[in-house]
Design a protein around this ligand. Structure first.
Ligand SMILES: Nc1nc2c(c(=O)[nH]1)N[C@H]1C(S)=C(S)[C@@H](COP(=O)(O)OP(=O)(O)OC[C@H]3O[C@@H](n4cnc5c(=O)[nH]c(N)nc54)[C@H](O)[C@@H]3O)O[C@H]1N2
Ligand SMILES: Nc1nc2c(c(=O)[nH]1)N[C@H]1C(S)=C(S)[C@@H](COP(=O)(O)OP(=O)(O)OC[C@H]3O[C@@H](n4cnc5c(=O)[nH]c(N)nc54)[C@H](O)[C@@H]3O)O[C@H]1N2
Ligand code: SF4
Ligand SMILES: [Mo]
Length: 720
């Protein structure tokens, strides 16, 4: 008698084999050896999570209900993160490119190849011909180490990081307005606000756990204003939506300030006592009548007045924004124009009153503080400031003259490679081939390199072009700290050790530093020793962590900087009593005339092309495109298009469309939705190759922050 087929066999027969991603680990559901209290490896909320560990593998998770930020809640990515460490694609050995592609090699040979390339390139073309790219998914310890490695071991000025694609417009604007680059409030202030402006942020999909804070504010009676060309999930519960045309935020913010002035809703006393520069801004926005702003921004004058009333009349209010206003060639100007609304109404520095950019990557905040930026030294110091240079070189024990100066930013490094000025690159935790605009140009540039080294745990698209790939560590395989979007530094615990022959990232950097002859600067035995050096060097610096220790971070569930001494409680809310971080303690107004995006719509390219994220995918997708359950939720990019535009083009839902810009084109299924402006299309950017939105985007940079204009360029859409 024939045996009955199993369910799996029936499924296989009916549907064919599933795509190649791993089933849940066979250990899933078993009793773990231990539970480790740590944090999610993805976004800047940094939710607490307990990882279940058995036999040096992460086999699942439990909520960690005591951690105050998320109180046990997690989003779809947090729930599925744990399957990465058992993934068949996990790099277990260093790889070296041979005649027929990559071969596994020993660490000795991989290091030897890397350091020889560094030395050859630098002796032939000069120190700055070798560049370093870091990332803000890594711990504070690694961010610090990257900066030290580039300046001391490589001696290059050209080090930058992927946060250059992310938070730098907000960072620069915050420094200019407030004298410090950190969110002004802990998120626990959000439910205390009676009005919220959420500008250019898809909170529901990108910071899902923060939705809970917004909803608590709403339950307490807050009115919510959302400014976005799309009605994202958070927009669906808003009181007022301002569907701004992409690239028009500075005009819109000027218009709201104009309306606040006309309606007499300013806090003149706060302006006089705690700020400078208002007069000029008042004069400037006189011209931004809601009528004129309606014309520029596409937001009705009625809505502009309504937004001013909601914000101005509320006793408490907070303004939050993310990349929607920052990813522009006037990213800094957009941010400063919104800050003017907050300062003009004195709604900052009190419970439920304030402002913040919502930092993106897991360590988006800490990753931008400890010296892996081209213009920055540890402790948030300025590389061009003679005193700061002196302090750091003394601490490191090198002559100040040997400390390199300011180098190129991330996109400029790619441009310099294209121009043949940079010949070698070491990249860690960054996938520029997918994440930098105009990817066809990026690919050509990478191919011009004499040497490319990548440190990653998966073979990212960039790593596929490398000469050497060094098998580094996943977040759960290393110790350290990160600083979340509120400015709270928290402790990551090592749950397992790297599998196979892979190494923890910090060890790889230290090994390379030693092999480059700088033993004594990289003689760390563990991340704790790096943290001690990092906090020590930050004493009395703009970003002061000197009162922090691993013990305190764990016991107190994180500490907000500044935290200048071991008994200092940390500083959750900045600017209390109207004290800002400029020498005169006053905040500064900066006003800007509206200017158009680098590439605006015209007769040939009549639609706005904008890009961003979906909830189940993360950044360049290296990690989440390998997690089956997340792939199932959103398997490939779709082009959001309004029914009116779709009808005009003769396109129906799911039909492929060709999206064309001056740089490239892609064919992508249409997703016909009523939640986008009819003059705008949106494509998420988490895929590579022919599915990469960055084939189309424009590598035009903000003159101050050097962030590229991911959020707006001009396109044409055709039926295929
Ligand atoms: N699921 C998921 N979550 C993530 C990430 C991820 O990749 N996936 N990445 C993390 C990181 S690093 C970051 S930086 C954050 C990003 O978080 P967000 O900035 O919230 O996300 P984005 O999708 O980049 O863009 C936000 C919104 O900007 C809108 N927008 C486009 N153009 C304009 C404009 O001109 N003006 C205004 N006002 N809005 C505009 C878009 O329609 C979009 O809804 O998310 C973090 N969280
Ligand atoms: N069109 C368009 N492009 C965008 C954006 C957009 O909105 N639109 N957003 C931009 C933004 S905000 C960002 S932040 C960037 C992000 O762009 P990237 O930084 O390039 O994206 P990631 O996917 O984080 O790439 C990081 C790589 O590092 C690896 N990695 C992660 N953690 C670690 C670690 O701890 N150690 C090591 N060794 N490797 C690690 C991952 O496997 C991955 O291969 O993309 C930008 N690009
Ligand atoms: S909200 Fe962010 S930190 Fe929290 S689980 Fe989701 S991706 Fe992870
Ligand atoms: Mo980001």
């Amino acid at each position: 008698m024939a045996t009955l087929p199993t369910t799996a066999e029936i499924l296989l027969k009916d549907f064919g084999p599933r795509p190649a991603y791993p089933a849940l680990d066979p250990l899933y559901g078993q009793t773990p050896d231990k539970l480790v209290k740590t944090h999610c490896c993805f976004c800047g909320v940094q939710c607490g999570i307990q990882l279940k560990v058995k036999n040096n593998q992460v086999i699942g998770f439990e909520p960690w209900e005591e951690f105050p930020v998320n109180k046990g809640k997690l989003c779809p990515k947090g729930i599925k993160r744990y399957v990465q460490n058992n993934h068949p694609d996990r790099l277990l050995h260093p790889l070296i490119r041979g005649e027929h592609g990559f071969v596994e090699t020993s660490w000795d040979k991989a290091y030897e190849r890397t350091t020889t390339a560094i030395q050859e390139i630098q002796s032939k073309y000069g120190k700055d011909a070798f560049a370093f790219l870091g990332g803000a998914s890594m711990t504070n310890e690694k961010a610090y180490l990257n900066g030290k490695f580039a300046r001391i071991a490589l001696g290059t000025a050209n080090i930058d990081y992927n946060g250059r694609l992310c938070m730098v417009s907000a960072g620069a604007a915050n420094k200019m307005a407030f004298g410090v680059d950190r969110a002004a409030n802990p998120w626990s202030d959000i439910p205390l606000a009676k009005a919220l402006i959420l500008a250019g942020t898809n909170i529901g999909e990108c910071f899902p756990i923060l939705t809970d804070y917004i909803w608590r504010a709403r339950d307490n009676g807050a009115k919510i204003i959302v400014i976005d060309p799309r009605i994202t999930p958070i927009g669906r519960t808003a009181d007022l939506i301002l569907p701004v045309k992409p690239g028009r935020d500075s005009a819109l913010a000027n218009g709201i300030l104009h309306a606040l002035i006309k309606e007499d809703l300013l806090d003149r006393d706060f302006i006089a006592r705690h700020t400078t520069g208002f007069d000029k801004v008042e004069e400037l926005v006189e011209n931004y009548t809601p009528e004129k702003v309606e014309e520029i921004s596409g937001v009705s004058r009625k809505s502009i007045y309504r937004a001013a009333e909601i914000w101005g009349e509320a006793p408490t209010a907070m303004l939050l924004h993310a990349r929607g206003i920052e990813h522009h060639t006037k990213g800094v100007e957009n941010v400063l124009s919104y800050i003017n609304i907050v300062l003009g109404t004195g709604k900052i520095g009190r419970p439920g009153c304030g402002y913040g950019t919502i930092t993106g990557q897991g360590n988006g905040q800490g990753g931008r503080e400890h010296g892996q930026r081209c213009n920055q030294l540890p402790g948030g110091r300025d590389i061009n400031h003679p005193g700061h240079r002196q302090e750091v070189s003394e601490y490191w024990g090198i002559p100040e003259a040997e400390l390199p100066g300011q180098g190129l930013t991330a996109c400029e490094i790619i441009d310099a490679i294209e121009a043949g000025k940079i010949k070698g690159l070491l990249s860690i935790s960054f996938n520029p081939l997918v994440s930098i605009p105009d990817s066809n140009r990026t690919k050509k540039a990478l191919d011009k390199l004499e040497f490319l080294g990548c440190i990653d745990f998966f073979l990212s698209e960039t790593a596929q072009h490398a000469d050497v790939v060094l098998a580094g560590s996943l977040q759960e395989e290393d110790e350290g700290t990160v600083t979340n979007g509120e400015g709270r530094c928290i402790r990551l615990k090592q749950s397992i050790t790297p599998p196979g022959n892979a190494k923890v990232d910090w060890q790889i950097i230290c090994d390379l530093g030693k092999r480059l002859g700088k033993e004594k600067y990289f003689d760390f035995k563990n991340p704790g020793e790096i943290f001690t050096e990092l906090t020590g060097i930050s004493a009395n610096a703009p970003v002061d962590y000197s009162g922090m220790s691993y013990e305190r971070l764990e016991k107190e569930m994180g500490l907000f900087w500044p935290c200048p001494s071991p008994n200092h409680p940390g500083t959750p809310r900045l600017f209390e009593g109207g004290k800002f971080f400029h020498p005169d303690q006053k905040a500064k107004f900066f006003g800007y005339e509206y200017r158009a995006p680098a590439e605006d719509v015209d007769a040939d390219y009549p639609l706005f092309f904008t890009t961003g994220r979906v909830v189940s995918q993360y950044l360049s997708g290296t990690q989440t495109r390998r997690i089956g359950e997340l792939v199932d939720q959103y398997p490939e990019p779709l082009c959001e298009i309004h029914p009116l535009m779709a009808a005009k083009l003769g396109v129906k839902d799911k039909m492929p469309v060709r999206v064309i810009t001056r740089r490239g084109e892609m064919v992508v299924p249409a997703q016909v939705v009523t939640t986008i402006r009819p003059d705008t299309v949106f494509v998420p950017y988490h895929w590579a190759g022919k599915k990469a939105a960055n084939q189309l985007t424009n590598r035009a940079l903000d003159p101050i922050s050097k962030i590229p204009e991911f959020k707006v360029c001009a396109c044409r859409v055709e039926k295929v």
